[in-house]
Design a binder for this molecule. Structure first.
Ligand code: MN
Length: 199
């Protein structure tokens, strides 16, 4: 990733475009193995289009790994349903776990699912103009509960890093965000969740 060593201007668009980015990554459906609890529904979705469809895209700008530097970016999570579970990002705890993060909703409607190692779980719905200040020590994931892209602007200290394995080892997050059967969403306990074990 190229270093930026002087103040840089960004332009942030509601569709997730970030002019001035120096990194982009994408996730496709086939990359989400093991993320959804209804594996039959997930496998069927993969079989339908070969798993090549885009599920989310992240554009970001970082000044580099220096202590105190910020990573600023956009996350665009496309809508989807796997069984009654809404489309999610993989989710993570920061590798430097006390690092906080801001998420500000640019468009769409979604939920930030936030959990602690010791079992607290909170679901914060975001609509455009709303933000959540995620404290350090909270596992976090985006969930799209609408039928249009859920786009957020985020920023965190670059040296935070990401630990994705924590959620996989726990067989998913403690809570699932699922359809409530009336066009909305609700929280359901994930019966397979084994609790988090921080490395
Ligand atoms: Mn994060």
């Amino acid at each position: 990733m190229p270093d930026i060593d002087s103040p840089a201007k960004l332009a942030v668009f509601p569709n997730g475009e970030l002019a001035g980015n120096n990194d982009i990554y994408t996730k496709h459906l086939a990359d989400m193995t093991g993320v959804y609890r209804d594996s039959a529904a997930y496998d069927a979705a993969v079989a339908e289009h070969g798993g090549e469809e885009l599920v989310y895209r992240v554009e970001s700008q970082s000044y580099g790994p220096h202590s105190g530097a910020l990573t600023i970016g956009t996350s665009t999570l496309l809508p989807g349903r796997y069984g009654d579970e809404f489309a999610v990002t993989r989710g993570h705890l920061h590798a430097v776990s006390d690092r906080a993060e801001l998420y500000y909703c640019l468009s769409g409607r979604g939920v930030m699912l936030l959990e602690t190692i010791d079992g607290r779980s909170e679901a914060v719905e975001l609509t455009p103009g709303e933000a959540v200040n995620v404290p350090g020590e909270w596992v976090h994931r985006s969930v799209n509960v609408s039928d249009e892209p859920f786009v957020t602007l985020f920023t965190y200290a670059t040296d935070a890093g990401q630990d994705y394995q924590l959620i996989a080892d726990a067989h998913g997050m403690k809570s699932l965000i699922v359809a409530d059967g009336e066009g909305g969403w609700t929280v359901r306990e994930n019966p397979e969740h084994t609790g988090y074990r921080k490395a």
